[in-house]
Design a protein around this ligand. Structure first.
Ligand SMILES: [Zn+2]
Length: 68
């Protein structure tokens, strides 16, 4: 009995099994990230900035007008 060779859900290439392949069932970390990206929003993109770090609230307060 031959073991079935699984395919990567992302690129359809043959993948190695678990002990040799920590990214199973994907062939590589990249394919795993691609698939995860599809799930999360459709594109392969990992957000690096925190959502609440916007351009407001975090800026230093302006100096009070110095009306001499
Ligand atoms: Zn793949």
């Amino acid at each position: 009995m031959k073991p079935a060779s699984p395919e990567c859900p992302s690129c359809r290439r043959a993948v190695l099994l678990r002990p040799q392949n920590p990214c199973f069932p994907f062939c590589s970390e990249r394919c795993r990230a691609i698939d995860l990206g599809r799930w999360l929003g459709g594109e392969y993109r990992i957000p690096v900035t925190s959502p609440d770090e916007d351009d407001d609230g975090d800026t230093a307060p302006e100096r009070p007008p110095h009306d001499a």
